[in-house]
Design a protein. Structure first.
Length: 85
């Protein structure tokens, strides 16, 4: 994933996360996007370069158009280490 793709993804994901949290009744609508941005900032303090977080763009082999994104993270503090998609 390029930095440009990451920037676009991060904003869209923060919107999706905010909507999900509001829809589930965890957060009020006012300020939800800002809260989601704060969660991203905490999880990814170095953005795309945050250690143990990996971002991939899924592309169609037919035309190389983007079909989605995968965010993988590794938790090395657990025993054994675990991952999250």
């Amino acid at each position: 994933m390029t930095i440009e793709e990451f920037t676009s993804y991060e904003e869209a994901d923060a919107h999706r996360y905010a909507e999900a949290m509001v829809g589930a009744g965890y957060w009020p609508p006012v300020g939800a996007f800002e809260r989601a941005q704060a969660v991203h900032a905490r999880l990814l303090p170095q953005g795309l370069e945050t250690p143990d977080h990996f971002f991939f763009v899924i592309e169609s082999t037919a035309d190389l158009k983007s079909m989605g994104v995968i965010w993988l993270s590794i938790d090395r503090t657990s025993s054994p280490p675990s991952g999250f998609i």
